[in-house]
Design a protein around this ligand. Structure first.
Ligand code: HEC
Length: 115
């Protein structure tokens, strides 16, 4: 193998790794979100939405909405205000790649429960 071929083979591997869906590195800032949304995007309390398996573009859109004030929520407004564009992209990629939790509705609870 010539040096040129080795370099090209290396580039091919690097490209394959970055294109692979599970190759998303965990951003450090996940630790902040984890307090409510869980490290893997499965929320710790029902009042916090699950982010696991959500579309990355939706997560980005939501975070931009909190930043601009188009979407108003005191908790998330504060959380989103400290994020840069790179953070938003990385966090959206991370949560979108986590397996979504199966949702099993509890028919004995909530407003539609038959008492
Ligand atoms: C203190 C708890 C808390 C923390 C920490 C937190 N969030 Fe949230 N998050 C919420 C709540 C509550 C909502 C629902 C707000 C609403 O109704 O708009 C929410 C909503 C969201 C949504 C919109 C979900 C949807 O389905 O529309 C996204 C995206 C999100 N958070 C991302 C993040 C990210 C990324 C971080 C870390 C930088 C983070 N959150 C940190 C509590 C939190």
């Amino acid at each position: 193998m010539t040096t040129k071929n080795i370099v090209l083979a290396g580039l091919g591997l690097a490209f394959a790794a970055s294109a692979h869906a599970e190759g998303v590195a965990k951003p450090d800032k996940v630790a902040v979100c984890a307090a409510c949304h869980g490290e893997n995007g499965v929320a710790l309390q029902p009042i916090y939405p699950n982010l696991a398996g959500q579309q990355a573009s939706y997560i980005e859109h939501a975070l931009h909405g909190y930043q601009s004030g188009e979407r108003k929520n005191p908790i998330m407004g504060a959380q989103a205000s400290g994020l840069g564009e790179a953070d938003i992209k990385q966090l959206a990629a991370w949560f979108s790649q986590q397996p979504a939790k199966d949702y099993v509705p509890d028919v004995d609870a909530g407003p539609t429960a038959k008492k």
